[in-house]
Design a protein around this ligand. Sequence first.
Ligand code: 13P
Ligand code: SF4
Length: 307
Amino acid sequence: MPDAEAALVSPLLEEIDELKRERNAVVLAHNYMTPDVFHGAADLRGDSLELARLAAETDAEVIVMAGVHFMAETAKILSPDRTVLIPDLRAGCSLAESITAADVRGLRQRYPGVPVVTYVNTSAAVKAESDITCTSSNAVRIVESLGVDRVLFLPDQYLADWVDTQTDVEVIGWNGACEVHERFTGSELDELRAGDPELAIIAHPECPPDVLAASDIVGSTSQMTAWVREHQPARAVLVTECSMADNVARDAPDTEFVRPCNLCPHMKRITVENIRDALSAMQHRVEVDEAVADRARSALQAMLRVA
Ligand code: 13P
Ligand code: SF4
């Protein structure tokens, strides 16, 4: 972060630190947060799976989720005795919006006996209708852990397509998509590659199949980050949300990050200002109906037992 920007943000970060001490709070930040949130305000960082584990394990009384709503809901379901805050209630997700609990019940009727694997980017109500959840980092392992010939895999059609290429299990998908990752195209990556044969192309599995076919590495946000840290490529493109490259740059100072990237408008609703306000006013509290939470917890815990 440039010095002038850091000077502006540092009084806010001091306020956040003070409030965290007063409230016995931790800030969990997803890898897509802007660097001031990710490196400045956060105590713990990660992809969806890591954030779920961290939320389940924390001793803090208050969890502030610097991420989107389904992540805050997951934290509340796994840590029901904690207060979970999300700084902006509008921080949603196009995948979570793409499927309802009634849709899952309909699919179960259409495919009797086929287990339902649900991506964590879903509402608590959808998780409650599922046998097991998964994230982008463990999707293949979760599908194979069930020991069946076919699964329903909801709601991301592209993640489902990708899992289908990695396993012999038949994967039946849904038509959800991430509004950020579906915008990338294989042809834009082919063009980048043609101009720079050494470029490392690292993509998130929410991208369409032609994008993944044009990529060297496919993985969750933390798996993408770990690959860059380990390999320190001269040039890399992270085919995912824009802030990832800014956050990883600190650990890969010699890597030149080639754009394109796309912004997630939901993740970008979280700022250092509204994290401070959330801790100050203890808002917005995330609550999940107990009966729904109990069933959603079973699906989440089934995942955490596998991977
Ligand atoms: P990760 O689990 O890979 O962090 O993905 C979460 C997400 O929302 C990607 O768009
Ligand atoms: Fe949802 Fe896509 Fe944003 Fe991730 S990047 S939170 S999947 S809309």
